[in-house]
Structure formats: C-alpha cells, structure tokens
Design a protein around this ligand. Structure first.
Ligand SMILES: *Cc1c(COP(=O)(O)O)cnc(C)c1O
Length: 359
C-alpha cells in the first residue's frame, strides 16, 4: 500500500534526494569510496559545501555580507548560540510555542529578556499581534512556524530592531526578506535534509559586538572563518541538503514551493472547515500554518478519534497523530509533500464522514 508521509520531523524528502544520497553512500562520485569514508577536506567534498552555500544564497536571495553555515547541535543548540553571540544587554522574544519558550529560557542566562507577547494562554493557537518591540533591545526573536501548534508567520514582520528567526519548519517554503534579519537558523530535518545538520544564515557585521568571551565552538565567527569546516561537519546530511536544494531549484524555487504550499493548505483546510466531524485548532485563517495543519474531532464526535486514526492508518496515512499537547491530528505538509497525498487524506475524511453521519 502506498504510504502518505505526514511526519512532523524528521519528515518527507523528495524521493530523488534519498536515492542520490543512497548512491553517494555506496560510491561517492565514482571514487570507489563511500561518502561516509572520505575526509570532509577531500577535494571532492568541498564543492558539495560550496554549492550548497551558493544555492542557499541564490534560492533565498540572500544579500551580500551574509554567511551560510552548516553546523551540528540542532536548532536547540542555536537557542543558546543566538544570545551568546548577539545578546549584550536586552533581547525581545515573541512567545508562540514550546520552541520559542525554550529559546527564551536560554536567552535569560545572558541578559534581560522581554517577552513582547505570548499566546500560551490558549495553547498557542494564534499568533499575538499589536505588541510593542523595545527599540533598545539587541534583537527581536521570532519562530516563523510553530510546528507543534500549526501557526505560522507567513510574512516577514516589520521591526524597529534587527530580527532573528527560528525557521526550522518553514525554510524554503516562501520567499523571505533576509535583510530584515541578522540571523536565521533551523534544524534541517523538517524541510531540507535528514537530522544532523543545522543551517545558520548570519549577517557578518552583526558579529563581534558582545563583550563576553564566546567558547570557540559556539562562536559563529569560528564557523564563518572556517567555512563550516572548523571541525568535522555532518557530511551525509549536508550532501542530502544539497540534493534538496538542487531539487527546489529545478522545481521552480521558493516561489513555486510557496504556490504548492498554499494549494495543499487550501485543499486541506477547506475540507476541515467543510467536514462536520473535524475542527481546525487554529481558527484565524491568517495564522494557520501551511506546513503543519492541525485539527481535532468536533465535540460531538470526540469519541471517534481513535477510530479515525485507525481508519486513516489503514489507508496509508502516516504520522498524522497530533502532538500530545494539542491532541487530535496534525498533517505536516512540507515542501516534498505531493498534493496527491493531501487528496488521499481528504478522501479518508470524506469517507469517514459518510460512514458516521447521515450525509
Ligand atoms: C523541530 C524544531 C526545533 C528543534 O530542532 P532540533 O534540531 O531537534 O533541535 C526547533 N524549532 C522548531 C520551530 C522546530 O520545528
């Protein structure tokens, strides 16, 4: 049976990315050696990093004066590296979910943190608006897509101070105005590559402004100077990321990724809104994520939740269980998600409705 992979992360990748990476693991560039057996400093591997960096810059239209880094540690490591490198006195954070909260916790170890607004009061089911950003803070930190709750900032905000963004789960799903940010980071395992590599886009001139000592490995400047080769980088995930970047380019770039994301999200939210048995957890359409589409059973059908899970699983749906803090269902629809899989989920929902209501 065909599987439809709605996993939240690690998650679906284009088939050719997996195939090309598998080939390189068996035989890298016809060298007779595996990608896993060669030095990251081998002359054949440097072009992989160079091309990945160049494609990041091209696809996201990154202005001059920014570096693209591939590091270890995951987005969670960036929660501490960001304040280490940028927080001198005060930073502003928007609290839109568990990931934002974890970033806030780390920042507090380095200086004053102003939480400009929070949607924690309603299990983060909306994006706060109408708050003030302190003009004297060093930066304003946002999580552009809240993977667990299914809310998303689909446009770059206006901020009086430079922004920093966790884009773990929506990178390359829309064009971004990188010039508004001094740093954009994320774990690769949602929209780019298998787990193990973290991407960081950093504005060079924003570095070196804090007065504290920064441990070598946690200092972005180390990795800017070393071209992500200060220590051994995760070569297999970087190779896979390069395949994804090539795929995005060949498919039409981030404009096309956004068009597809909008199309998939409209299909699925329309069905959730139409179907009597389901309710979207994010009511405000403006805040609804295109990447993680969360829904629960309508109150009168609550006891059928496990039944629908079984019904959908039997029809090939994978990974649609909602996060335990939200419950219900979450269909993660990252870049590689074909619209046929979204249609297959919609078919399940319609069939289930026919069986359980007198439509
Ligand atoms: C998954 C996720 C993280 C955590 O990423 P790790 O690479 O596992 O540390 C952080 N932020 C967001 C928005 C995520 O979706």
């Amino acid at each position: 049976m065909k599987k439809h992979n709605f996993n939240a992360g690690p998650s679906i990748l284009p088939r050719e990315v997996i195939e090309n990476t598998a080939k390189a693991i068996l035989d890298f560039n016809g060298s007779g050696l595996s990608l896993m057996e060669i030095s990251h400093r081998a002359k054949d591997f440097q072009p992989v990093v160079d091309e990945a960096v160049a494609l990041f810059k091209e696809l996201l239209n990154i202005p001059e004066g920014y570096s693209v880094l591939f590091l270890g540690g995951g987005a969670s490591m960036e929660f501490c590296m960001v304040p280490y490198n940028f927080l001198e006195k005060k930073a502003a954070y928007l609290n839109t979910g568990v990931w934002a909260k974890k970033a806030i916790k780390e920042a507090k170890a380095f200086g004053e943190v102003v939480e400009v607004a929070s949607s924690a009061d309603t299990t983060y089911n909306y994006i706060p608006k109408g708050y003030d950003i302190p003009a004297d803070a060093d930066y304003f930190h946002v999580t552009t897509n809240n993977t667990i709750y299914g809310t998303e900032l689909k446009q770059d905000l206006d901020s009086p101070i430079p922004m920093i963004a966790d884009m773990s789960s929506d990178i390359f799903s829309r064009p971004i105005d990188v010039s508004k940010y001094i740093c954009i980071y994320g774990g690769a395992q949602k929209n780019l590559a298998p787990a193990g590599v973290t991407f960081v886009i950093v504005k060079n001139e924003a570095l070196g402004k804090v007065s504290r000592y920064i441990p070598t490995m946690l200092n972005y400047q180390t990795h800017v100077d070393g071209g992500s080769m200060f220590n051994t980088p995760p070569v297999v995930p970087i190779y896979a990321a390069l395949q994804t970047l090539r795929w995005i380019k060949a498919e039409g770039g981030v404009v096309e990724m956004e068009r597809r994301a909008i199309e998939r999200a409209e299909m699925l939210y329309n069905e959730i809104d139409r179907n009597k048995m389901f309710v979207a957890t994010v009511a405000d359409k403006e805040d609804r994520s295109r990447m993680n589409i969360c829904f629960v059973m309508a109150p009168e059908y609550k006891e059928l939740e496990a039944d629908f899970m079984k019904f959908a699983t039997e029809r090939g749906m994978v990974g649609i269980k909602g996060h335990r803090s939200v419950g219900g269902f979450r269909a993660s629809c990252y870049n590689a998600m074909p619209k046929e899989s979204v249609q297959a989920l919609i078919d399940c929902m319609q069939e289930f409705e026919k069986q359980h209501t007198d439509l």
